[in-house]
Design a protein around this ligand. Sequence first.
Ligand SMILES: Cc1ncc(COP(=O)(O)O)c(C=O)c1O
Length: 432
Amino acid sequence: MEQLGMLNGIQQSDHFWKRADGLIPCGTQCLSKGPTQFVYGYAPKYLVKGDGCLVTDADDNKFIDYGMGLGAVSIGYNDPVVNEAIIAQLKDAITLTLMHPLEVEVSELVREVIPCAESVRFGKNGSDVTTAAIRLARAYTGKDIVLCCGYHGWHDWYVITTERTSGIPPIMEELTKKFTYNDIDSLKALMETYKGRVAAVIMEPVGITMPQAGFLADVRDITHENGALLIFDEVLTGFRLSLHGAQGHFGVTPDLATFGKAVANGMPLSMLVGRKEIMAALEHVFFSFTFGGEMLSLAAAKATIQQMKARNTIGHVNEMGKLLKESGNALISKHGLADRIQIKGPDAKTLFVYSDSSEANLVKSFLQQEMIRRGILFTSYNYISYAHKQDHIQYTLDALDDCLGELSEARRQDNIKARIEGIPVAPVFRMA
Ligand SMILES: Cc1ncc(COP(=O)(O)O)c(C=O)c1O
């Protein structure tokens, strides 16, 4: 393995950050990529290159990446097959004035693998298609209330349920309500309160905790009994948990589903799919935009899905995730930290969870800083790609062992805060 870690400092990162000051509000295009999510003053801020599962920052420091473009890069950075498909398409055209056959070809591929995908439409971001799904559900049912569970993007209908509602008319609050994962009574209670008014239940089929036996099927049944549509938001689970989505994995087929991230190995593509009869209502629902049908992303999606099928890349992702989760949890126990940290979630998208305590954020920041020092670009989420091989995982586990040892020592000496070489990570904007 080449030399990883913070060998060259962060001067170049800081140089760009200074130039962004006053020019780019928040400093970033995506809050989850911004410097508040890392130890500010220690961690790198800008990456310039990715290859396989390795990334290089603006100062030429190299890391094994577990962020993988926030879960978008599913096969690996700079993958030769996906690159070739993009380059071949680039030579023909990026976006044209009429439709392109790739729209049909990729739709057919998706229909083959996703249970509810009788019909397919494309978007760019996950938020495009979750919002289209809601508009479609309202049009189809003639109702207006949305019940949601999970994170669904940046548009008004969802963000009104979070703590960051600035700029959204308060009246929107009346239309979206949240229920609790694995708590079927919380859904039933909302259905009772809004009887006859619910257009859709939209949910991440699995987040941090696995669904209790029968939970997803119960959600489907209650949703249908109340005349609403069930939408699985598979932006994170799709083309990651299984080639057939969480819906295939758990055997519960929704009416509509949304996909994004992993489907095009980092190119911006999302999809709204669903039952033909419902999707047909898109004939009179407005969902149309200039870059719909942009072809580099479709070419990338075609090559990505074909590779997923031919090489069982998702099986590999799950296997490596399981190794990281199980061995990582064993190390956490070995260091007596199981009451503070746990690695949870499905194997394909595991998450470091820090127990709710006053020191949780410090523990998270310290661990992240020390992993970065050792050459692992570490966020709480672990998005493993096909490019993460056993030796990358083993390197990560060895580093984790080291860092957990230091963390135990810091807790014994009660000086975690003093050992953090910058401003600790700020809570993420992400509602459970
Ligand atoms: C489950 C889920 N839905 C929707 C979205 C929104 O996707 P995007 O950020 O591409 O708009 C995300 C993004 O993280 C997500 O995790």
